[in-house]
Design a protein around this ligand. Structure first.
Ligand code: SF4
Length: 64
């Protein structure tokens, strides 16, 4: 089932790790913080997304 992924910009420090781990889901935006670039994450990207969330140094990524 598709998952909704969000980045809490108040927590994000713009390190870029999520965009490196799951480039089809995350990108660093003009504000220097991560954006989720897809409305929902499918099964193919879910593993990378969970890795990104687990490795985010600011614990800014939520997967619902
Ligand atoms: Fe922001 Fe976390 Fe992504 Fe780093 S890994 S850019 S802190 S959301």
């Amino acid at each position: 089932m598709a998952k909704k992924v969000t980045v809490n910009k108040d927590l994000c420090i713009g390190c870029g790790a999520c965009a490196a781990t799951a480039p089809s889901v995350f990108a660093i935006a003009d504000d220097g913080k991560a954006d989720v670039i897809v409305p929902e994450v499918g099964e193919a990207d879910e593993g990378a997304c969970r890795d990104a969330a687990a490795n985010c140094p600011a614990a800014a990524i939520e997967i619902a």
